[in-house]
Write a protein that binds this ligand. Structure first.
Ligand code: FES
Length: 357
């Protein structure tokens, strides 16, 4: 005889067989848990286990599991944060420019408003090409939101999408935008110290988080650690210079391979240049899975809070509702633009996204 367990998700209760996957059980019972890859890589389905036990699907954050991987082995009570609903809209690429060798900025104008939290990502499917996942970011002068979405995309050798940017995919190209996904987003209303670590185009989501956090509270303490393989790939220098003007913000540019023109640009890996962590810190890590994994260990040791968005690739002010939600309100326009990708950026554990080129 089947062994059933009672599961409660945000107060909605249903029964599943012991051993069933939590996400499957919820969806079968009409309870929606936001999800994307269903493979334990994107992090979109992360939920908090408040009571009971699951096996498999663990994340770097205590008590958080990937619902698409976690199997129910006891009665269960699960909570999840409210996030904007996943939606789809058409859009147009309005601009492409090179920020550094093999790093592009894209500007994309959606046909209607989209809502997301800084740090989340969308799937962008250019007509005739497979979808790729990128996180909207701010412009280098710190503006975020508005009519145009900015993306930072790494051109990946052999990537079907990223290598077509600027050739087969040019301003005016139309695309479909689906999302938002991901849970490595800025929680609104905080004033405690943020440690933001972004390697490569992992800078895009952490820059979005920095822009919104400073819009909410200009005096918020922030440590921004931006990493790249070499100096020429440190494409975010203009954004870092903006941050450097703020007395409450510390910037730590890091390159893996020297030489460095100044002691201000450190050499080594991001994890080697992290400041001492405190339990009250909130750490976001986006980019290389190796870096994310290394920071997870440091954060765990300090008892701090951790949100991460590992990429596989060699890929405010708010208005109303949830503080921190960004809305881009877009009227159809003749021309406009934006950035991001690729390869297959597969986001893993703590956060979300990407796929193969
Ligand atoms: S849907 Fe579960 S990790 Fe992607």
């Amino acid at each position: 005889m089947a062994n059933y367990k009672n599961v409660s998700v945000k107060g909605r209760t249903f029964r599943v067989r012991a051993g069933d996957v939590l996400l499957d059980g919820a969806l079968a019972n009409g309870v929606d848990i936001p999800h994307d890859c269903r493979a334990g890589t994107c992090g979109a389905c992360m939920v908090q286990v408040v009571k009971g036990q699951t096996v498999c699907g663990e994340t770097h954050t205590h008590g958080m599991v990937h619902a698409c991987q976690a199997r129910v082995v006891s009665d269960l009570e699960v909570e999840m944060e409210d996030v904007p609903e996943i939606d789809t809209t058409r859009a147009r690429l309005t601009g492409i420019r090179e920020l550094a060798p093999d790093i592009l900025e894209l500007k994309i104008a959606p046909e209607r408003s989209i809502t997301y939290l800084p740090g989340q990502y969308f799937r962008f499917a250019f007509n005739g090409f497979p979808a790729r996942a990128y996180s909207p970011t701010g412009s280098f002068d710190g503006r975020i939101g508005g009519r145009v979405i900015h993306l930072n995309v790494k051109r990946v050798r052999g990537g079907r999408v990223s290598t077509a940017l600027g050739t087969s995919i040019r301003p005016g190209h139309r695309l479909r935008v689906e999302g938002p996904f991901g849970r490595a987003f800025l929680r609104p209303g905080g004033k405690g110290r943020l440690i933001l670590a972004g390697s490569g185009t992992g800078f895009a989501p952490v820059w979005a988080i920095a822009c919104m956090a400073l819009r909410e509270y200009r005096g918020r303490p922030i440590v921004m650690i931006a990493g790249a393989r070499r100096l020429s790939a440190l494409y975010m220098k203009p954004a870092l210079m903006q941050l450097a003007r703020l007395p409450n913000v510390t910037i730590i540019p890091v390159i893996e391979e020297g030489p460095s023109p100044t002691p201000a640009v450190r050499i080594g890996r991001i994890e080697a240049h992290m400041p001492p962590l405190e339990a009250s810190d909130i750490v976001y890590a986006c980019g290389s899975p190796r870096m994310v994994s290394a920071l997870a260990g440091l954060v765990d040791g300090a008892g701090a809070t951790f949100y991460a968005d590992p990429f596989e690739s060699a890929a405010p002010e708010e208005s109303g509702g949830l503080i921190g939600i960004l809305k881009t309100l877009v009227q159809p326009r003749r021309n406009l633009q934006q950035s991001g990708e690729d390869g297959p950026a597969q986001r893993q554990p703590e956060s979300y996204r990407s796929e193969p080129a």
